[in-house]
Write a protein that binds this ligand. Structure first.
Ligand code: SDX
Length: 429
């Protein structure tokens, strides 16, 4: 029996169905609101608006819970691998041995980019932002690879999904090498997903990079933690572009651009800049926190706060633990980690943060662990994109297989001029 919500407006009652999800989240279905009442809803930033129904990821912001296809992130982060988690997100179930072997084989087969694509890198200036290169090259993949639109056949979809997941590493590593004026390194098929990426980033033509197993495991876990997160800004962008029936490469390229922003995936770079500034300036932490609290200063505690989490971001906890383990294992003393923990302690005791339920999010410690892995700062958001790619692919597929096939087209409330007379230019004064 569907429960109804009643809206009373200018003397009339309108009954709207309430939709309840499998985790008991409830939503008023307003799809008939305008035709019944002439009203639309307004919700800047969509903080209260569900754009779709989805079965990929669930976040309980109040409890700090994150699940991919029903599996807790803490379980996947300790028991799974990034490739297996990517399969889970894209196809809905953990793979069998043969399915995982098939997926890995496809990742291996598609690790090269078309040789002509390599020349595209020559066209970028050395200081070109890696996220600009990544977005351009992800779109370019669609020029060299067969574009497909049949997303509803698992067997068939495995190849394009593997193709994109495999090539994003090669493109990311190539953009990094080009920025340093270093020769591009070809992938080595017998290496695991993350190992191969580190090899393409750091090997020399005559001396292959041998990744420390602790580094491989830490980066693999970091990618698992970034793999999906409901309708975040970049994933919603991918879904919006997918709704126009644009192909997977174009949709993902748009997602890369959305992720780039400092309020979203770019926050991990902003955190490192903030912590480095604090270490170099020796600024007292309580003084910095006072600046953050003073709106006129326009200073945010980067890596803190979240639209959905009003409790600890479970990913931040896992990354913080992983950070300590890796730095101990590698014998690294990073002053940024010390100051990050001190700053977290000061903030979590401060009423400003407590009242606004501002906690560390996924970006607060991720930059520190990437520094320990030897990843350069301007590649941090690229790593985030590599991690988020399976989530984008899964959502692109969900739009193409589950939704009504309708294009996303929000409405608005117009607040501009109503009627104006056209004046010839000589009379405009
Ligand atoms: C990601 O959506 C996702 O799932 C994203 C993500 C994913 O996996 O895809 O989780 C990844 O993007 C994590 C967020 C990374 N960004 C940052 O760390 C940047 C710093 N954080 C903030 O800019 C902010 O918290 C956001 C952007 C993350 C969320 O912004 P909201 O929900 O729009 O919150 P808001 O700006 O309305 O803030 C509410 C209040 C305001 O104060 P008042 O007006 O009530 O006085 O909290 C304050 C804000 O000023 N506030 C902060 C703050 N974040 C919010 N004050 C200081 N420092 C902060 N970081």
């Amino acid at each position: 029996m569907t429960e109804l919500a009643t809206l009373r407006y200018s003397g009339k009652n309108y009954e709207l169905p309430v939709v309840v999800g499998t985790q008991n989240e409830a939503a008023v279905d307003i799809s008939k609101l305008r035709s019944q009442s002439g009203l639309i809803t307004l919700d800047n930033g969509y903080g209260n608006t569900g754009s779709c129904s989805s079965s990929i990821t669930y976040v309980d912001g109040e409890k700090g819970v994150l699940k991919y296809r029903g599996y807790l992130i803490e379980v996947l982060a300790t028991k799974s691998t990034f490739v297996e988690t990517a399969y889970l997100l894209i196809f809905g179930d953990l793979p069998t041995t043969s399915q995982l072997a098939e997926f890995r084989k496809l990742l291996m087969q598609h690790e090269f980019i078309h040789e002509d694509m390599r020349h595209h890198f020559d066209g970028f200036p050395p200081n070109a932002p890696p996220m600009a290169i990544l977005s351009a090259m992800m779109n370019a993949v669609g020029c060299f690879e067969p574009v497909f639109m049949q997303a509803d056949d698992d067997e068939y979809f495995m190849e394009p999904a593997a193709r994109l997941m495999s090539k994003i590493r090669t493109i990311a590593a190539a953009s990094y090498r080009k920025s340093l004026g270093k020769p591009l390194i070809y992938p080595r098929s017998k290496l695991r997903y993350v190992e191969n990426f580190l090899h393409m980033l750091f090997s020399k033509p005559y001396e292959p990079y041998e990744a420390d197993e602790a580094v491989v495991q830490a980066l693999d876990k970091l990618l698992i933690l970034h793999a999906d997160h409901e309708q975040n800004c970049s994933t919603s962008t991918v879904r919006m572009v997918a709704s126009s029936q644009a192909n997977l490469y174009a949709s993902v390229a748009a997602g890369v651009c959305a992720l780039w922003g400092p309020l979203h995936g770019g926050a991990n770079v902003a955190v490192i800049d903030m912590l480095s500034e604090l270490v170099e300036s020796g600024q007292k932490l309580d003084k910095f926190v006072e600046r953050v609290k003073n709106r006129d200063e326009g200073v945010r505690l980067m890596g803190f706060g979240h639209r959905v989490y009003k409790n600890f971001d479970p990913r931040a906890k896992i990354i913080k633990e992983s950070c300590h383990r890796l730095l101990d294992k590698l014998g690294i003393e990073d002053p940024l980690l010390d100051i990050a923990m001190q700053l977290e302690e000061v903030a979590l005791k401060d009423p400003y943060f407590i009242e606004r339920k501002l906690y560390p999010n996924v970006d607060y410690y991720s930059g520190i662990i990437m520094r320990a892995l030897g990843i350069p700062t301007d590649m941090f958001t690229v790593i985030f994109a590599i991690g988020r790619l399976p989530g984008w692919i899964a959502h692109w597929r969900e739009v193409h297989t589950n939704d009504s096939g309708r294009i996303d087209r929000p409405r608005q409330i117009y607040v501009g001029h109503t009627a104006r007379e056209y004046l010839p230019i000589e009379d405009r004064g």
